[in-house]
Ligand binder design. Structure first.
Ligand code: PLP
Length: 465
């Protein structure tokens, strides 16, 4: 299986190469050249598989022998051994034919563990085989950083540096990162905002001359293909649990960078009968505006109660555009060039396709809080604010009552106590017991100036030989 760039001008890569890189040299994102697909009989035969067994079936065609079957099975087993629930992705019913898929049973209580636990073990395996060491560098406004650190903390061949905006991430999120004390893990609290962090990471990827000669940077944000691939699995898992392929299913996905819902779109193309895919956004609604109104224009960032979806532009949407434009790299290059002006307009064919594939809905903070309260009142189930957005969008856009609607629960409510308190809970939701002492643990991080030379110097001094 080869991987090609959405902008059509970069050489195709193998699976191993695509995992160990970031953006394509032409500025595009890598996607598989062809998509595996499974017959209805094959999907039906998976009805009794465990999450790990299913993960192997779904991912093996993408890995395509780059990792042996035995090794891939071991990597999957290790990746999901850190989850607290035997089902890995359990379903909970919240209404008539309405379900919440709990994707927060991993070590950092957010769905990003699905991809980053897997990616950490995969990188460890590939790097040992290649006798290579790399540097992982990333920026975070919260969830990505802690999940990446958890994924890489035990990897001998990785030094990981995560930048977060100093004093601008929640205390739970900061502590999840800074209480990891392994000597290959470095938290940089940057005097600046999230965009400053991200710009520094981008500039460092573009010019890696600050690194020792035998090192390169690896991206662990959702431009890394392996992350998307690992997320396809839970769509199949939930769909099959609810009767697929004999019965269609629908999904509602709290969306920021379009990574998670893009995995759902791929699951559909690979044969899972998905009747409806709902793009749920907060007031940072570029995707909702694009799908409903062909308005893909950058607006100012708003800080909401669902901070992990506070984005101005969704990086993975380019992967979707590539398919909407029949995989025409030239058209995508043109479109992304237009977008430098702050806006882009889809052609009619692409817009129609987007509208036939996705429903979309935007949810305000006010409504988010009401939904948390409402669901708690009706079934004593506490949603986190991101999940609440997915539930509300599902309820507002749902087409068929006879099709099970699965709302992806992307985080545990204990990660976002402010929203939960606003919804009328009189105490903060409890952290799961393995994290109950989070506020007593020792922290370690370095506060650095908003100065790329200082940040890069810090990194090069702290890379282990
Ligand atoms: C990252 C994140 C999202 C958004 O996921 P995308 O793949 O960026 O669309 C939603 N909810 C939570 C809790 C997250 O951490």
């Amino acid at each position: 299986m080869k991987y090609i760039s959405t902008r059509g001008q970069a050489p195709a890569l193998t699976f191993e190469e695509v995992v160990l890189t970031g953006l394509a040299p032409d500025g595009g994102l890598y996607v598989p050249e062809t998509l595996p697909s499974f017959s209805q009989e094959e999907i039906a035969s998976w009805a009794n598989l465990s999450y790990q067994e299913l993960a192997f079936k779904v991912m093996a065609p993408f890995v395509d022998g780059a990792v042996s079957d035995t090794e891939l099975k071991r990597i999957i087993a290790e990746a999901y051994s850190s989850f607290r629930h035997d089902a890995i992705a359990p379903l909970v019913q919240t209404g008539h034919n309405e379900w919440v898929l709990e994707l927060f049973q991993g070590p950092t209580l957010a769905f990003k563990d699905f991809a980053l636990q897997f990616l950490g073990h995969l990188l460890d395996h590939l790097l040992k085989k290649r006798d290579q060491k790399v540097v992982v560098m990333g920026a975070t406004s919260g969830d990505t950083g802690s999940a990446a650190i958890e994924g890489c903390r035990r990897c001998d061949n990785i030094d990981i540096f995560i930048l977060h905006p100093y004093q601008r991430v929640s205390e739970v999120q900061r502590r999840q990162m800074t209480t990891v004390l392994e000597d290959n893990v470095h938290n940089i609290a940057l005097e600046g905002n999230f965009d400053d962090c991200q710009n520094m990471v981008k500039a460092s990827f573009a010019d890696q001359s600050f690194l020792p000669e035998d090192r390169q940077l690896v991206a662990v944000n959702s431009i890394n293909w392996a992350r998307i691939m690992a997320q396809i699995v839970y769509y199949f898992y939930a769909g099959i649990a609810l009767g697929a392929p004999h019965r269609p299913v629908a999904f509602s996905v709290p969306t920021g960078n379009f990574g998670d819902i893009f995995a759902g779109y791929l699951a559909k193309r690979m044969g899972l009968p998905i009747d409806q895919l709902v793009v749920a956004t907060n007031s940072n609604d570029i995707l909702h505006r694009c799908i409903s109104d062909n308005d893909h224009s950058k607006h100012q960032l708003e800080h909401t109660l669902s901070p992990s979806m506070d984005i101005m532009v969704s990086s993975n949407f380019e992967r979707m555009l590539f398919d909407l434009y029949d995989r025409d790299g030239d058209a995508i290059r043109q479109l992304m060039d237009d977008f430098k002006s702050g806006t882009m307009t889809l052609n009619n064919a692409a817009l129609e396709k987007a509208q036939s594939l996705f429903s979309s809905h935007r949810v305000s903070d006010e409504r988010t809080v009401e939904v948390i309260r409402d669901v708690f009142d009706h079934c004593e189930y506490l949603l986190d604010p991101h999940t609440a957005i997915g539930v509300e969008a599902a309820r507002q856009t749902r087409r068929r009552k006879d099709v099970p609607m699965v709302c992806l629960a992307t985080a545990h409510p204990a990660k976002f106590p402010d929203a939960v308190r606003e919804a009328g809970q009189d105490s903060d939701p409890a952290l799961p017991h393995h994290m109950a002492d989070l506020f007593q643990r020792e922290e370690r991080y370095d506060v650095l100036d908003h100065d790329i030379a200082k940040v890069q110097d810090f990194i090069s001094r702290n890379i282990r030989p």
